[in-house]
Design a protein around this ligand. Sequence first.
Ligand SMILES: Cc1ncc(COP(=O)(O)O)c(C=O)c1O
Length: 278
Amino acid sequence: MMPTATMTSTSVIPRRSHPSKLPDVGTTIFTVMSRLAAEHDAINLSQGFPDFSPPPRLVELVAGHMRAGLNQYAPMPGLTALRDAIAHQVMALHGRRVSTETEITITAGGTEAIFCAVQAVVHAGDEVILLDPAYDSYEPAVRLARGAAVRIPLRRPGFDVDWDRVRDAVGPRTRLIIVNTPHNPSGAVFTRGDLEALADVLDGTDVLVLADEVYEHMVFDGRAHQGGHDDDRHRGHYHRHGNRRRHHHHHRHRRHHHRADALERHRRGASDLRSLGH
Ligand SMILES: Cc1ncc(COP(=O)(O)O)c(C=O)c1O
């Protein structure tokens, strides 16, 4: 018999008896800025919309796989073929071998990855260092884990990190630092020196780094992205998340292979990914 699933739709209306856990948070900066951009017919630099279409071959492949009935749950960490492709890309771009099995998890976008990582490691009373201005989903994630955000302003005019201030902020309750390079909204990118300074500050601590590198493929002016894969000293500290969707339009494919031909489909998926250039 086919298992059945019940779909529910929930609308969350805060009531006095069920007050919001984050009453001061309001809506996201994306909603505010995108509304203003539409209102004033302005170029919307606030939200990272891809302003180009997905490659036609990708559209064809997705449609083909859906027509073939591949529309089921993926394994929880994500489709092996996709994780393999990411491991290959990390090797090609950064020369680092990462394990498909134990080091790569697919999420439905960066915000989910950040939220899950924060919930996984931040305990009640832990401190999390954020560099201001920061992507506005970080602090709510920290607060929902009952941690406290310690906010350190980036230096003007270049929005670079004052590592001495970060060093001063690290204490016995510090659990995590969230870094973002290339940085939204300023566009600042970490230098090699920043990675060195981060490693120095964390040396001898067990503070974890959450590296938000969703814009790693958008670095201009001949500069190079410097991130979590690029420095051995960070090994052990890093939870790094990139966003292939911003680069390649890969969405999480929630497919599950219950049937005997699952392996064959896996192989087909892998060769489709390869034929897209991975
Ligand atoms: C710095 C930063 N991190 C993460 C994200 C989240 O990306 P996603 O849309 O995949 O959730 C964004 C989105 O704009 C962002 O600006």
